[in-house]
Ligand binder design. Structure first.
Ligand SMILES: N[C@@H](CCC[C@H](N)C(=O)O)C(=O)O
Length: 292
């Protein structure tokens, strides 16, 4: 028997294109084929689908699954979590939520200002946790063998996991002068990253100001990436380039990231509703709702 369509909201978190799929009360999942089909249409091009399922663990509001636009599954998505918090907050009239994700238990809260803060958990630095394909005693700076690319600074990133794998490459000049569209795929798929990696190019302007561009694993160049902003701040602080709290400016705008004394990392920024529709989680066939 065919299942009914599931409702979705098209949202964005600082220009990170997000589809919030309401899978509550259902047993099925969004398939990779559906994600690829949805992304193939210009109107629904997206970076991540955040699929909200019924809670599986006591004490959590929901289980949230994350699907990249290439159909792969991700463990964490900061901008998407803010969209989920804003959707549930508007629906339920309460501001604080606890979620289960593959990356662990995360917390989110919408403030009176409309900005949303998510607690993204604790960073991991061990090579096997990121993961890397070979042992590195110190992941604050690793040397990559990349072959003859014309940007030597793109050989020595700081690497870590904030649920998902990140490499932050530090540059002293303008982040826009680097052909991230060309280097991104090469670095994302470098053999040192057995599960691929999100690639950030970061410039520290002041200890509390970072400019960042990101090539996302499974999604390519995006306007903003919340977990990459967390990685830039944490990697910046552990290499003594930045303070433990900073504004991270991405093409889509600003995020505030703090690496707290208890080791947890928080991310604050906007989330915006665009339009709603319904879709078939198996095939990706969708229609836009007439209601706003
Ligand atoms: N847009 C995200 C990150 C989404 C997941 C990432 N592409 C991955 O595969 O790890 C964010 O805001 O954090």
């Amino acid at each position: 028997m065919a299942l009914s369509n599931a409702p979705f909201l098209k949202m964005n978190g600082l220009g990170n294109q997000i589809i919030v799929a309401d899978m509550r009360g259902r047993k099925d999942r969004v398939t990779p084929e559906a994600a690829i089909a949805i992304n193939a249409r210009v109107e629904t091009r997206f970076d991540q689908i955040m699929a909200i399922h019924d809670a599986r663990m006591p004490g959590t509001a929901n289980y949230v699954e994350i699907i990249n636009s290439d159909g792969s599954r991700a463990q964490a998505c900061g901008n998407g979590m803010r969209c989920v918090v804003q959707f549930l907050s508007a629906e339920q009239g309460r501001q604080r939520f606890t979620f289960e994700t593959v990356a662990g238990i995360l917390f989110g809260e919408e403030a009176e200002t409309g900005l949303v803060t998510v607690d993204m958990g604790t960073p991991k630095f061990a090579w096997y946790d990121i993961p890397l394909a070979e042992e590195f005693a110190d992941t604050r700076t690793i040397e990559l063998q990349i072959g003859p690319i014309d940007a030597p600074v793109l050989h020595s990133p700081s690497v870590m996991s904030i649920g998902n794998p990140h490499a932050t490459f530090w540059v002293k000049d303008d982040v826009w002068s680097y052909a991230l569209d060309r280097f991104g795929p090469l670095l994302e798929n470098h053999p040192i990253f057995p599960e691929r990696a999100n690639i950030g190019i970061a410039q520290v302007v002041e200890p509390d100001k970072i400019i960042l561009r990101v090539w996302e694993r499974g999604a390519g160049l995006t306007e903003a990436c919340g977990t990459a902003a967390c990685a830039a701040l944490v990697n910046g602080a552990r290499t003594r380039r930045t303070a433990r709290k900073a504004t991270v400016t991405l093409p889509g705008g600003d995020l505030v990231v703090e690496w707290q004394a208890d080791d947890r990392v928080t991310l604050t920024g906007p989330a915006e509703f665009e339009w709603r529709g319904e879709f078939d989680p198996a095939s990706g066939a969708w229609t836009r709702s007439k209601a706003a």
